[in-house]
Design a protein around this ligand. Structure first.
Ligand SMILES: O=C(O)CCC(=O)c1ccccc1C(=O)O
Ligand SMILES: [Mg+2]
Length: 333
């Protein structure tokens, strides 16, 4: 016996969350809840405006179509894998399927790299209380490339000098020209550079980012590139990691394949958020604990929202929106 429900949610965001020059006032998405015999499985499908290739109406139509086929006996894992052009759908359905089959372990660590914005006071406050990992390291992520690259360089150096156990991941989201990237590096003394675990996509092109790594000795990570046609996971000089944002990437199977390829190439694979609700974020934390237990995931995005959804992120004080408050947009007969 199978049953399926699709809910739609819209959660208010904190004022001032801007993504690719677009203000995100609410985070909108779908939750699917499936029952089979005595099991239940949930998944979140939330295309991210400005990042996802699909939009919410397209995703909703695909989800409803897939679930009506599932109701008629089709395999959900197979349906999910077929949505390669709708990664958010592939990911959400494959999570619901993995929960139904008890494949996705429940264990979850709330440890993630805190996301810091440029303000030095905010940074010190957050990083002071950060727990160290087994190697005595504190790992945090700083967005760079929003202001002058020289200022970013000075800021990063100040942090690394002040906190000797701090290791930083930086994220430039392809915003630097080679000249700007050089301006950043010029203000980070060579002896501090090894504590930059990596910088995600410093430059507009992959070639420029590789040059940056070669010229500065600062390791880089691929994020946007991982989702581009023709990208293959490869060991390369200066490349330390790949970032995997499952909502933008695809099914759990596809993510597992990328993780296995990264590990085989000696690269770190970092599971990261696409600003999912607490339901999707707790699943990402479980996936990270399961598949990338040695890599701190990049999941510090819950506080961009004003509420949690259906499942709680442990210890978060944000109010919880219950499933009974959600609009049902589709239900099996
Ligand atoms: O990776 C993280 O630590 C948090 C997630 C994050 O930075 C992000 C979230 C949504 C869209 C883009 C990005 C990004 O990598 O810039
Ligand atoms: Mg990035």
């Amino acid at each position: 016996m199978r049953r399926a429900t699709v809910y739609r949610y819209s959660l208010p965001m904190e004022a001032g969350v801007v993504l690719r020059n677009q203000r995100l006032k609410t985070r909108d998405g779908l939750l699917v809840s499936l029952w089979q015999d005595d099991k239940t499985g949930w998944g979140e499908i939330a295309p991210l405006p400005g990042f996802s290739q699909e939009d919410l109406p397209q995703a909703q139509e695909a989800v409803q179509h897939a679930l009506s086929q599932w109701m008629q006996g089709a395999s959900l894992a197979a349906l999910a894998s077929a949505f390669s052009t709708l990664p958010s759908v592939a990911f959400g359905l494959s999570c619901a399927d993995a929960e139904l089959r008890d494949e996705l372990p429940q264990v979850l660590s709330t440890r993630c790299a805190p996301l810091c914005h440029g303000d030095p006071n905010e940074l010190y406050a957050r990083l002071g209380g950060l727990p160290a990992d087994a190697h005595g390291r504190k790992v945090a992520k700083v967005k760079v490339g929003l202001y002058e690259s020289v200022g970013d360089g000075l800021n990063v150096s100040m942090l690394l000098e002040a906190l000797p156990d701090l290791h930083l991941r930086l994220d430039a989201n392809r915003s630097w020209s080679p000249v700007k990237a050089e301006g950043f590096a010029r203000h980070v003394p060579p002896e501090l550079r090894s504590r930059i675990t990596f910088i995600e996509e410093p430059c507009l092109t992959r070639e420029q980012s590789r040059d940056f790594a070669r010229l500065t000795g600062i390791a880089i990570a691929w994020d946007e590139s991982v989702r581009e046609a023709g990208f293959t996971v490869q060991a390369e000089p200066g490349v330390a990691a790949i970032i995997i944002k499952p909502t933008l990437t695809g099914s759990l199977m596809r993510c597992r394949q990328l993780i296995a390829q990264a590990h085989a190439a000696g690269l770190e694979a970092v599971i990261s958020s696409s600003i999912e609700s607490s339901l999707g974020l707790t699943q990402l934390a479980r996936i990270a604990q399961w598949l990338t237990p040695d890599a701190v995931p990049g999941l510090d995005t819950l506080d961009l929202m004003q509420a949690q959804l259906v499942r709680r992120w442990p210890d978060s004080p944000l109010p919880l929106t219950d499933v009974s408050a959600l609009e049902i947009v589709w239900q099996s007969q």
